[in-house]
Unconditional design. Structure first.
Ligand code: ADP
Ligand code: MG
Length: 438
């Protein structure tokens, strides 16, 4: 395999030491370039922990140093260490093997915060800094694709960074139950318990699956108590709040509520845009702002879907020599709008309301407060709340930057009138019908 000279490699390391002294670790000495192929310099560390560290923190610095020393455009990539084949015996996992399940990109640095996830994020950071002390357990819930796994794993990365010797176990609920069933079959329940009860932090993703597994639930209950009594940090995630998970007994629900329960909501437009910018940057793609806006507006639920949309745009842009602009974005995702997201836009809503109540756009968005205008505005807000998945903040933004409590007030005012008025329900029904057809 062609690679670079030892001399060049030493220079790269030396440059790294000079320019990024905080980043460089003593074990960098053990690193060797493995090959240099088509502008990619491949470096394979010997240890998983080193690989993790390099991928999380060092990509940019290595690239810059390599480009400077070699005098040409190269990228540096880190490859997973070659591991001796370890037999897959789930009961013998240690701190190390558990590391394989973590995604190196799911770090705090890569997690964008906004109103939708601020509490969950702050709690996760606090727990990572002070495990077992502040919030125990920490229970994070929210719909699929909103970043629960990302946050849980970020805590794991952080804990492993801070307490290299500790055993931080990240596991999905399914793996937990599978291990347990296997342990029973093999008559190795003791071993199972030793394993789970000797961790320094236990992180279980998607605990809603416990609902359907009675025996595992029982075992989990005892594991929980044992860890909790020793002030070992427990972090859990689910797609529902503890109370909302069907057939989860009260004793578990109340255990989950002992600590902090934090919900992640769907991200608002601004947060989605920030996430897209970050994802684009991670992929070294320059995405203009109007495209960021277009893609972020395309989906308003799952962030995974948002990433999928970005992937499509980048793929199509390849056909145009890497150019990324609005037309390309439209070509990439415009035709693929899933039927369920075809919801009326704010402009559609304003249009029907303007026509019905004979008001102008500038009235709806302006500051005037005469009753008929306020009412028309509130109808818009109500319709937007009912028919779109825009957040209260976003809706307010379309009406002259009103804040979310104003929108909420408007929506409630209409709800009240709908309950007490004869005519309004009919008008509303007609407006909604027209919007659904448009
Ligand atoms: P969940 O476990 O809630 O279903 P994930 O944690 O798997 O969701 O997140 C889905 C994708 O969205 C991942 O690629 C993740 O990195 C990304 N993601 C979610 N929330 C954020 C955020 N706040 N900032 C950056 N990326 C995010
Ligand atoms: Mg998940």
């Amino acid at each position: 395999m062609p690679t670079i000279s030892d001399r060049a490699w030493d220079d790269i390391l030396a440059l790294l030491r000079r320019r990024w002294p905080d980043l460089v670790r003593p074990w960098f000495r053990t690193l060797q370039p493995e090959q240099m192929d088509r502008g990619v310099l491949l470096v394979r560390p010997r240890e998983m922990a080193h690989f993790d560290y390099l991928r999380r923190h060092c990509q940019e610095a290595f690239r810059e140093a390599a480009q400077e020393v070699l005098g040409r455009l190269v990228t540096v990539e880190f490859a997973e260490p070659d591991t001796p084949a370890v037999p897959e015996t789930p009961l013998s996992f240690g701190g190390d093997s558990a590391q394989f399940t973590l995604n190196g990109d799911y770090t705090f640095e890569n997690f964008i915060t906004g109103p939708c996830n601020r509490l969950a994020h702050a709690a996760a950071v606090a727990v990572a800094e002070n495990p077992g002390r502040v919030y125990n357990p920490l229970f994070i819930h929210g719909d699929v694709g909103l970043g629960k796994t990302h946050l849980l794993q970020a805590v794991c990365h952080e804990l492993r960074c801070r307490h290299a010797a500790g055993r931080v176990l990240y596991i999905t609920c399914e793996t937990f139950t599978n291990h347990y069933v296997e342990a029973i079959e093999r008559g190795a329940v003791h071993q199972f318990r030793d394993c789970y009860r000797s961790v320094d932090a236990l992180v279980i993703d998607d605990v809603q699956f416990l609902a359907s597994r009675e025996r595992s639930r029982e075992e989990f209950f005892h594991t929980f108590n044992s860890l909790f009594q020793s002030q070992i940090q427990i972090i859990l995630s689910a797609d529902e709040s503890p109370r909302g998970i069907p057939s989860l007994e009260d004793r578990l629900v109340s255990r989950f509520n002992w600590g902090l329960v934090a919900r992640i909501e769907s991200p608002c437009l601004e947060t989605r845009m920030a996430i897209l910018r970050r994802k684009a940057k991670t992929r070294c793609a320059e995405v203009p702002e109007d495209v960021v806006h277009y893609v972020a507006a395309y989906t308003n639920s799952s962030i995974r879907e948002l990433e999928g949309a970005l992937t499509k745009v980048l793929a199509v842009s390849q056909q145009y020599g890497g150019r990324i602009d609005l037309d390309i974005a439209k070509e990439a995702i415009g035709d693929h709008l899933p039927a369920t997201t075809r919801e009326p836009s704010i402009t559609d809503i304003m249009d029907v309301v303007m026509e019905r109540y004979n008001v102008r756009m500038s009235d709806l968005q302006g500051k005037k407060r005469n009753r008929s205008l306020v009412f028309a505005r509130q109808v818009c807000m109500y319709l937007a709340r009912e028919l779109t998945s825009l957040s209260l903040e976003e809706i307010g933004g379309h009406f002259g930057g009103r804040d979310h409590s104003t929108v909420l007030h408007g929506v409630r005012a209409i709800q009240e009138q709908l309950a007490n008025d004869e005519e309004l329900p009919l008008i509303m029904k007609d407006l909604m019908q027209r919007l659904r057809q448009s």
